[in-house]
Write a new protein. Structure first.
Length: 163
C-alpha cells in the first residue's frame, strides 16, 4: 500500500519591540520579537499547520486557542512535540519538510543549520529531511517594512509500514 499525504501551513506575526525573536525553536538576535499569544514562532506554527493539514485534522488554533491563558507565552516547541505524538498515533512519519521564512531583518543565513537541527531534534528525524529557505519581500508590504515575519511550510508524510 502506497499512502502519502501532503500538507501546507502558513503563519504570519507582527514584529514588536521588547520580545525575543524565536524561529524554529532558536533564539535569533534581534531588536524585536513577534507579537503573539504564544512565543510567536512562525516557523513552528506553520509547520504544525502543515502536519495537521496533511492529517486532515484542522489547524493549530483549534488545538491551542489563542484565548486560552494556558498558552500565553507558550513555548511553541511543545506544540511541535504534540504534533510528533499525533503522527505516531496516526501511524505516519515525515518524509520531508520544506519551509520558506520571509523577513527583511534579521538575516537568517547564519542560523539555518541551528534551526534545522532544532526541528530535527524535536521531530526525531534526520536533518537531511528538512530545508529552510530564508527570503525577503524586496521591501514590499508589511514584511518589507519589517512589520511582520511570515513562514510557509510544506510537509510530506508517509504511512508507517507494518513490519
Amino acid at each position: 500500500m502506497f499512502n502519502m499525504r501532503i500538507g501546507l501551513g502558513v503563519d504570519i506575526h507582527r514584529t514588536v519591540k521588547g520580545k525575543k525573536l524565536v524561529l524554529a525553536g532558536v533564539h535569533i538576535p534581534s531588536d524585536f520579537g513577534l507579537e503573539a499569544h504564544s512565543d510567536g514562532d512562525v516557523i513552528i506554527h506553520s509547520l504544525c499547520d502543515a502536519i495537521l493539514g496533511a492529517l486532515a485534522k484542522g489547524n493549530i488554533g483549534e488545538f491551542y486557542p489563542n484565548d486560552d491563558d494556558k498558552y500565553l507565552n507558550y513555548d511553541s516547541r511543545l506544540f511541535l512535540k504534540d504534533m510528533r505524538n499525533l503522527l505516531i498515533f496516526e501511524e505516519y512519519e515525515i518524509e520531508n519538510i520544506d519551509i520558506c521564512v520571509i523577513c527583511e531583518k534579521p538575516r537568517l543565513k547564519d542560523y539555518l543549520a541551528e534551526m534545522i537541527k532544532s526541528l530535527a531534534s524535536l521531530l526525531k528525524i534526520s536533518i537531511d529531511r528538512i530545508c529552510i529557505k530564508p527570503g525577503t519581500n524586496e521591501g514590499l508590504g508589511e514584511i518589507g517594512r519589517c512589520e511582520a515575519i511570515e513562514a510557509r511550510s510544506i510537509v510530506l508524510l508517509k504511512k508507517v509500514e507494518e513490519k
